[in-house]
Design a protein around this ligand. Structure first.
Ligand SMILES: [Zn+2]
Length: 411
């Protein structure tokens, strides 16, 4: 045994303590009274999970707050301002900023990630190359999937599609979209499904990212994506992010959409920091919250995840890469106070996120990789309530970070 983590608690049964044995980068034992390892760590009853999962984060445009303007603070300004800055992004610059963002995520307990990378004639494939460099430099701490997508339109923007194809040819496993910036939103969705089928890729759209009410003339794009998912046989491989329009539906209509998403196998990611910052900018009072009510969708069987989305840019001028903070922010915004609800928020940054990304090897169980993060708490619901800091993390059995617990120095 290389490492024995003693007196650990797991999120699915925090009432009992056990020891975690690690050998050759994998979890080899989960039991009480484990024989000592080469290294013995007493966790004193603290919670261990397989690490947090960022399902949706933009490393390529992270950490540009010092060079951008934020006047209106709305979505169109964020897209335009990033488009303006993007022309000057070099591969080196992207790699440096992506690395800075990655270090924040790793220190806050992330072990897995799906990162969205913009591809168009202005940035070319420089963003992709820079993000790849940063991910390779941090692969000792975190596994990542890249999702390429057109942020400023596909059908209306000549030159985007050949670059997307080039990226897919280079082995990118996920393709995304932002149909709301396209002159033909459903045309973009159709084209993304065609490319995904050609490359056997998963799909992750930015979708229904406004507070526009649902009307016969303005139906939810989510329903269109459900129909396309079923037609393609892509259930379980499609995610939609933001979907802030869901926050404007009546409970009955939301339940019906939840059933539809669950039936089609379409997952939903909410990005509370961004959604709260960008939505409702046309109101000067009684501003709607604009965050998709994931807990209501999860009740209907939808796979739901919470993620950071953006760090220190015009979409979200905040951020530390902490998913426990995103879970707390979501719970606070959604007015969730029951322990069962808070425990569900913990699942939306761990096991539900793994389902969304189809990670078969995620979890604290014998045979899984020894990706382990220790939190300074005993219980997942209270870890969300109290923003429990991660104390240490391991990737494939190698320790990746430490953040010793804060302590009082009584005179
Ligand atoms: Zn995004």
């Amino acid at each position: 045994m290389d490492i024995s983590l003693r007196n650990a608690r797991l999120a699915d049964d925090p009432t009992t303590m056990l020891d975690i044995g690690v050998a050759d980068g994998a979890i080899v034992a989960l039991q009480t009274g484990l024989t000592p390892g080469v290294r013995d760590v007493d966790l004193d009853g603290r919670l261990v999970c397989a690490g947090f999962i960022e399902t949706h984060i933009h490393l390529d445009k992270a950490c540009i707050l010092d060079r951008c303007r934020i006047e209106r603070g709305d979505l169109s300004e964020a897209v335009a301002e990033t488009a303006r800055l993007k022309a000057s992004f070099t591969e080196e610059d992207v790699a440096e900023r992506a690395a800075k963002a990655l270090r924040k995520c790793i220190l806050n307990g992330a072990t897995r990630m799906r990162t969205h990378v913009e591809v168009d004639p202005v940035i070319g494939l420089r963003g992709l190359a820079g993000v790849r460099r940063a991910l390779t430099a941090h692969d000792w701490a975190l596994d990542a999937q890249i999702c390429v997508f057109p942020q400023e339109g596909l059908l209306n923007y000549p030159g985007v599609e050949p670059l997307l194809i080039e990226a897919m040819e280079s082995g990118v496993p996920v393709i995304g979209g932002a149909p709301y910036t396209d002159t033909d939103p459903h045309g973009q969705i159709d084209r993304i499904f065609e490319i995904a089928r050609r490359y056997d890729a998963d799909i992750d759209f930015h979708l229904d990212f406004s507070l526009d009410p649902e009307t016969p003339d303005a139906p939810l794009d989510a329903e269109y994506v459900c129909a396309k998912t079923e037609a393609a046989g892509w259930g379980g491989r499609v995610t939609i992010g933001h979907v802030s329009r869901l926050s404007m539906l009546t409970p009955d209509r939301l339940a019906a959409i939840g059933d539809r998403l669950a039936q089609a196998g379409v997952a939903v990611t909410a990005l509370p920091a961004t959604d709260l910052f960008l939505m409702g900018r046309d109101r000067d009072h009684a501003v709607p919250r604009g965050v998709a009510p994931l807990h209501r969708l999860a009740e209907r069987g939808v796979t739901c995840a919470l993620s950071t989305n953006n760090l220190l840019n015009p979409f979200t001028p905040y951020g530390d890469g902490s998913l426990i903070r995103m879970a707390n922010l979501y719970a606070n915004n959604a007015q969730l106070g029951r322990l069962s609800e808070l425990a569900d928020c913990f699942r939306m940054i761990t096991e539900r996120s793994a389902t969304l990304m189809r990670l078969d090897d995620y979890g604290v169980r014998v045979g899984a990789p020894a990706d382990l993060v220790v939190l300074d708490h005993q219980d997942p619901a209270l870890a969300v309530a109290e923003l429990a800091p991660p104390l240490m993390g391991f990737k494939a059995g190698k320790q990746t970070f430490e953040r010793p617990a804060a302590r009082l120095l009584h005179p």
